[in-house]
Design a protein around this ligand. Structure first.
Ligand SMILES: [Zn+2]
Ligand SMILES: [Zn+2]
Length: 259
């Protein structure tokens, strides 16, 4: 039985832990301590560390965890990383936890950002997408272009609808507030907001999400939907609302300013 557990870290990060009866794997450990605590309480060794991109809140605990556990570290081919590690890029596969993960190139938030996709973990697909896709939103464009991010989000949106989406931050309610301003009549969105608000009130993560939900509610996966494109055009009249990457750029800028 393979299990999935989000370990909270810092203000709003999740370090995703996957484990079975024998071993554990973690993703983007910005801090070693919550991982070491979980390993101790479960009595499990750490087999591997998967990293999606180079930001400190995703790699800060890698060296300490490698030293404490001897885990193998995997990370993106083209970003500065705590060495030694096995570097991966789109099309590569890896075996951890007795499962096969494939690597997807998803540049935009950073230039070399990768995501990890498992087609079958306990009968359902699983996506570990770092800071590329959030529930109801997407990462800021620190290093990549809107065209790159649009292509990356298209790749993720094309995954099976039942794919569990493990994002690295609990940004959902803030993202959904913005999404509701764009699509106030989107029934699926309003329903999802109610669900996520009640989860947060109960101190539960809103994650993992599902690709099918994100397609219905996430404006950054809906840049070809007329309502969303027109709203983006209302924010920035200079963009062509038929150009998805231009819509995405306007939405991202608007979200940065949105309160
Ligand atoms: Zn980041
Ligand atoms: Zn982050």
């Amino acid at each position: 039985m393979k299990n999935l557990l989000p370990l909270p870290a810092f203000a709003d990060n999740y370090i995703w832990m996957m484990y079975d009866a024998q071993r554990a794997v973690v993703v983007d450990p910005g801090d070693a301590e919550p991982v070491l605590q979980a390993l101790r309480s479960m009595g499990l060794p750490l087999e591997a560390i998967l990293v999606t991109h180079h930001h400190g809140d995703h790699v800060g605990g890698v060296n300490a965890l490698r030293e404490a556990t001897g885990a193998t570290v995997y990370g993106p081919a083209t970003e500065p990383m705590p060495e030694p590690l096995i570097r991966l890029s789109g099309g590569d596969t890896l075996q951890v936890l007795g499962l096969t993960f494939s690597v997807l190139d998803v540049p935009g938030h950073t230039a070399g950002h990768i995501a990890y996709y498992c087609a079958d973990m306990e009968g359902e697909p699983l996506l570990l997408c770092g800071d590329t896709l959030f529930s109801g939103g997407c990462g800021r464009l620190f290093e990549g272009t809107p065209t790159q991010m649009q292509a990356s989000l298209d790749t993720l949106a094309a995954l099976p609808g039942n794919t569990r989406v493990c994002c690295a931050h609990e940004y959902t309610l803030s993202n959904l507030k913005f999404a509701r301003a764009l699509e106030p009549h989107n029934a699926a969105l309003l329903q999802y907001i109610t669900e996520c608000e009640s989860r947060r009130r109960a101190d539960q993560p809103t994650l993992p999400s599902r690709i099918a939900i994100e397609r219905d509610i996430n404006p950054f996966l809906r840049t070809r939907v007329a309502t969303v494109a027109q709203a983006a055009h209302g924010f920035d009249a200079l963009i062509d609302p038929r150009e998805p990457a231009a819509v995405l750029a306007a939405l991202r800028q608007w979200k940065n300013e949105f309160r």
